[in-house]
Design a binder for this molecule. Structure first.
Ligand SMILES: O=C(O)[C@H](O)[C@@H](O)[C@H](O)[C@H](O)COP(=O)(O)O
Length: 268
């Protein structure tokens, strides 16, 4: 694995500008090589930090973008917990990415999942599988024809990290961390609400050409030191180790406070 590239910024405004610079650069390179830009976005603070500067950039070939969600809460797309809705408000509403190139969960399958949960484990497994398979089909529709590979290879995945070290909907010590096959997984017992979600699996994440973690605020100080500087760390975010791609960390000073300064590139 390549060593992570850790960048710290004195404020979130500077972080957003640099994140937009990197995204534009990767977008241009991907379009040059593959005539499209495939990106996976997470929830939390990320959509706002991504969009703050990027949405005002000119000369971006938005029609070449294909957007997926690294994880999604299993709620209707207009529900306040939806990662899609958050991304829509912060980002999609401000840029002309074609709607049919923003790949959401099939929310029409949610009522049957809710019914199945009441019926028990077997019914839940069946109903959740339908949601998972639908999202995998959407990935196949974009990736399988161009890359005949075992896993989709995203041009860029943008990830957040929780104070517990979770990323996407992969939580510490959860059995989903052991998955070595499958692209999308269902989690019905997320320790962070809402409990029912879908998430990319670790192999999908680790096959990406580029992965960028974004974390801000002092609540992340301890966990970031552990994830970035302890090679023995087994927290989910530490298991993000691209097989051949590049790994970036974009942090503000507060989040990076405990990191050893020699390992960090400071941008002020
Ligand atoms: O679905 C979720 O619950 C969020 O997407 C979550 O996984 C988030 O990405 C991290 O908790 C980091 O969030 P912040 O960037 O807001 O700290």
């Amino acid at each position: 694995m390549n060593a992570p590239n850790v960048r710290t910024f004195s404020n979130t405004r500077e972080l957003s500008v640099s994140l937009a610079d990197l995204t534009v650069k990767l977008c241009e390179e991907s379009i040059e090589i593959r005539d499209r830009f495939t990106i996976g976005i997470s929830g939390g603070s990320l959509p706002k930090l991504l969009a703050a500067d990027l949405k005002n950039r000119e000369d971006i070939e938005w029609d070449k973008w294909h957007v997926f969600f690294c994880d999604e809460r299993l709620v209707p797309l207009d529900h306040e917990d939806s990662n899609y809705l958050l991304c829509k408000k912060e980002f999609f509403d401000h840029v002309p990415i074609p709607e049919d190139q923003i790949y959401t969960i099939d929310s029409s399958l949610l009522p049957q999942l809710e019914q199945a949960v009441k019926k028990g484990a077997e019914a839940t497994e069946e109903a959740s599988l339908e949601i998972v398979e639908d999202y995998e089909q959407k990935l196949i529709s974009v990736f399988a024809t161009v890359n005949a590979v075992k896993f989709p290879v995203f041009d860029l995945l943008l990830l957040g990290v929780g104070p517990d070290g979770h990323t996407c909907s992969l939580f510490p010590d959860h059995p989903l961390l052991d998955l070595t096959i499958g692209w999308v997984a269902y989690i019905g017992d997320s320790p962070k609400p809402p409990p029912r979600r879908v998430t990319f699996t670790l192999p999908v994440i680790n096959h990406a050409h580029n992965i960028t973690f974004v974390a801000t605020g002092e609540g992340k100080q301890d966990v970031l030191k552990e994830i970035i500087e302890n090679p023995e760390c087994r927290l989910p975010a530490a298991l993000v180790q691209p097989t051949t791609g590049k790994l970036y960390w974009f942090l503000d000073d507060a989040a990076a406070l405990n990191l050893t300064s020699s390992k960090v590139t400071t941008i002020s």
